[in-house]
Design a protein around this ligand. Structure first.
Ligand code: SF4
Length: 231
């Protein structure tokens, strides 16, 4: 158990060092207010690579997540660049979706993710050779084919997933071992963190992604950022 954990950390650091650092690639790291993102910053610093950090300001985030951004900037000494859709795009979206559209119609829910997340993500990734994400195979059935390194055909750059083989326990252990601050939502029963209207706390024994878009079929529970194929 202990050896496997150490091997996974070495694998993650070597991936970042050899495929990004040694090749002097220009990369940016996604921060989505979760422990995985903080671990990636820690691993990237251990690997000694140069990297930027960005987050998507959807204007639907929890106050706890906004506070966590500041905490992580101070803890690691990094600047998190914020990207969002423009005012007109948000206004048009709100007129179209209304108050409950994301719950009533999956196409409207996807439209909301498209405007609030995918449009700014395209801007955040522009000009980079690759991006670093915190997705893991263990997180959900939609992530079962995650690889350590893959080509992101949607945005046409490399995508590095250093935590591909990390279990939930590995994430907990790394956060504790290196005393990394956690988003305070975890202590309130949240296990996967996203926008306020689409994220809820879960009960003991529920799948960690059960609190995301809980009203939808499991195969649809993604916002489009990490899909290998459109569902
Ligand atoms: Fe909109 Fe919910 Fe997607 Fe956030 S997660 S962009 S609120 S549909």
């Amino acid at each position: 158990m202990s050896q496997a954990y150490d091997i996974k950390i070495a694998e993650a650091i070597n991936t970042l060092k050899e495929l990004i650092g040694d090749k002097a690639l220009n990369v940016t790291l996604a921060f989505s207010h979760q422990s995985e993102d903080a671990i990636n910053i820690s691993l990237a610093q251990k690997a000694g690579i140069d990297f930027d950090v960005f987050t998507l300001e959807t204007h639907k985030l929890f106050d706890e997540s906004l506070a966590y951004e500041k905490e992580i900037e101070a803890f690691f000494g990094v600047e998190i660049k914020r990207f969002s859709a423009n005012d007109e795009q948000i206004k048009d979206l709100e007129a179209k979706v209304g108050e409950f559209g994301i719950f009533d119609d999956i196409d409207l829910r996807k439209e909301c993710c498209h405007v609030r997340k995918l449009i700014p993500l395209a801007r955040a990734l522009k000009g980079y050779h690759g991006w670093i994400s915190g997705i893991r195979i263990a997180q959900s059935i939609t992530r079962s084919d995650t690889k350590l390194v893959e080509f992101d055909g949607k945005f046409e750059l490399l995508k590095f997933n250093p935590l591909t083989h990390f279990s939930d326990e590995d994430v907990e252990r790394y956060m504790t071992e290196f005393a990394i601050p956690q988003n305070s939502l975890y202590a309130k029963g949240f296990k996967s963190i996203g926008c306020k209207p689409c994220t809820r706390a879960i009960s003991e024994g529920e799948d960690i992604r059960a609190g995301r878009w809980w009203w939808e079929n499991p195969e649809h529970k993604e916002c489009g950022l990490h899909l290998h194929k459109e569902k």
